[in-house]
Write a protein that binds this ligand. Sequence first.
Ligand SMILES: Nc1nc2c(ncn2[C@@H]2O[C@H](COP(=O)(O)OP(=O)(O)OP(=O)(O)O)[C@@H](O)[C@H]2O)c(=O)[nH]1
Ligand SMILES: [Mg+2]
Length: 188
Amino acid sequence: MIDFKKARFVVSAPSPSLAPKDGIPAVLMIGRSNVGKSTLLNALMGQKIAFASKKAGKTKLLNYFLVDDSLYLVDAPGYGSTGYATMSTIHFATMMEDYVKVPSLKAICLLLDLRRDPGEDDKRFVSYLQNTGKPIIAILTKVDQMNQSELHKAEARAKELGLDRVLKSDLKGKSVDKIRTVIASYGK
Ligand SMILES: Nc1nc2c(ncn2[C@@H]2O[C@H](COP(=O)(O)OP(=O)(O)OP(=O)(O)O)[C@@H](O)[C@H]2O)c(=O)[nH]1
Ligand SMILES: [Mg+2]
């Protein structure tokens, strides 16, 4: 299996057209601002390599991390309004449109914090992603902050959104390992 700890930062692309074109498979981390994309990437790669922040809107570019020379993990900016950052889902979807069509993009990890009901923009974004035809791996973040009943509720919300493959992340070994295994299946 791919060794996720053999990771290095390769490039920040200000737009999808400037992404690496070496044909190495890529998996994209996508989701609302502050959902935990950069934090999960750091957990996956076992190092503080992606910038995470309490302030939403930290990641502004597509950041490419090459893992074990086999796979790019791509950290994307977040969508949605949070009070700090505003990127409407429409604007975001337009920005990502060319990128999601790139053949080397093998799967999209959609990170969701479902401690609360998803908003209209989340629903729209999920159906946008489903229409791309790329495999979608839903990952529930911040489950370490949920009790059992909140977790069940979150899983039910994911189902209601039409997501069938749903993983959970509490940033700890077991959940992170499972996410690694699923992502690794898209590597070369
Ligand atoms: N408790 C808990 N906190 C988390 C988890 N994931 C992320 N956080 C916290 O949530 C905040 C935002 O995390 P980021 O990883 O920067 O979020 P992001 O999705 O990359 O945000 P943008 O780059 O702004 O789009 C940070 O304060 C993290 O420490 C998690 O699984 N559990
Ligand atoms: Mg980020």
